[in-house]
Write a protein that binds this ligand. Structure first.
Ligand code: 6PG
Length: 262
C-alpha cells in the first residue's frame, strides 16, 4: 500500500528516468544549500543509479550544484573492498565522484572491508552524527535526500525480506546479510531513512514490475516487501520509474520523452 504522500512519475526508459532524477537531485540540492548551506545526501547502490550519476557529472548538470557543499553518504554497502567490482562506492566514484573533484572529507564511504561490521556500523553512525553536529544527542538527523533502488524481491538499500534490520528502531546503521548470496552488508535502517526530507526511488526494468505493483498497491506486508517500510515521517517520497517497471500498475501517464538527452 503506497504511502499516501508518495508521487509516482513514469518515463519511457532508463535514460529519461536518469534525466528526471538528475533534475530532481539538483532541484533538491540547490534548495538545501540555499536553506542550510549544505546538501547532505545518501547515494543508492546497485546498477540503476549509474546513469544518473554519470549525468550529474556531465555537462548538462555538473554546473547546477555547488559540489563543495555536498556531503555524500551511502545507503548501503557490500562487505568488499572499495576497489571490488561489487562495491557501491566504486560504482559511484567511477561514474561521478572522481569526475567532480570532491574533497575526501565529504565522501563518507562505508569501510566494509574491515572485518568487524558491527563496529563499522557504529562508527558510521558516529560519522553521520558528527556531520549533523547541530543535531541533539540521540536525535535522528534529517538527510536532505536519500536515493534508493528496489530489488525484484522488494528489498531496498540492504533491507532484505524478514531481516532483523527491518525491525531495528534505535540504530541508524546495522550489519546485515543478503540471503540469496549469504554475503554480508551494511545498511541504513528505516529509522534514519524515514527521517529524510526527500526520498527518491529509482526503479527500472520489467523484472521489477510485479513486485513494484505489490509494493505500491498491494497490502502492507513490510516483512515480505521491505520497500514498503520507507514512509518518511514528514518528507516527500517520489518514485521515478520506467515504463517496463510500471507495466502492472493501473493506468499511469507517461512523462518525458524517450532518451531525453537534453
Ligand atoms: C545494492 C542496492 C540495492 C539496489 C537494488 C536494485 O547495494 O544492491 O543498495 O538496494 O538498489 O538491489 O539494484 P539494481 O539497481 O541493480 O536493480
Amino acid at each position: 500500500m503506497i504511502d499516501s504522500n508518495a508521487v509516482i512519475r513514469t518515463y519511457p526508459d532508463l535514460e529519461s528516468v536518469s534525466h528526471a532524477a538528475a533534475e530532481e537531485f539538483t532541484d533538491i540540492g540547490r534548495a538545501a544549500i540555499a536553506d542550510t548551506g549544505r546538501f547532505a545526501m545518501v547515494l543508492a547502490g546497485g546498477s540503476t543509479p549509474r546513469r544518473l550519476y554519470e549525468r550529474l557529472a556531465g555537462t548538462s548538470f555538473r554546473a547546477q550544484i555547488v559540489w563543495d557543499k555536498v556531503e555524500f553518504f551511502w545507503g548501503d554497502e557490500r562487505a568488499v573492498s572499495p576497489e571490488h567490482p561489487d562495491s557501491n562506492y566504486r560504482m559511484a566514484n567511477d561514474a561521478m565522484l572522481k569526475h567532480l573533484n570532491i574533497a575526501e572529507t565529504r565522501i563518507h564511504r562505508m569501510p566494509t572491508e574491515q572485518p568487524d561490521l558491527d563496529t563499522v556500523a557504529r562508527d558510521y553512525q558516529a560519522e553521520i552524527a558528527c556531520v549533523f553536529d547541530s543535531v541533539g544527542d540521540g536525535e535522528v538527523p534529517h538527510f536532505d535526500l536519500v536515493l534508493l533502488g528496489m530489488g525484484a524481491d522488494g528489498h531496498t538499500a540492504s533491507l532484505f525480506p524478514h531481516a532483523d534490520a527491518l525491525r531495528e528502531t534505535k540504530r541508524w546503521v546495522v550489519p546485515t546479510r543478503m540471503p540469496q548470496s549469504d554475503s554480508f552488508r551494511l545498511t541504513l535502517t528505516p529509522t534514519i531513512i524515514n527521517n529524510a526530507r526527500n526520498v527518491l526511488f529509482l526503479v527500472a526494468g520489467a523484472n521489477k514490475a510485479e513486485t513494484l505493483a505489490q509494493v505500491l498497491n498491494g497490502p502492507y506486508e513490510p516483512e515480505r516487501l521491505p520497500a514498503q517500510l520507507i514512509r518518511p515521517a514528514s518528507g516527500a517520497t517520489t518514485w521515478i520509474i520506467d515504463e517496463d517497471a510500471a507495466r502492472q500498475l493501473p493506468h499511469h501517464s507517461l512523462e518525458g520523452a524517450r532518451g531525453s538527452n537534453s
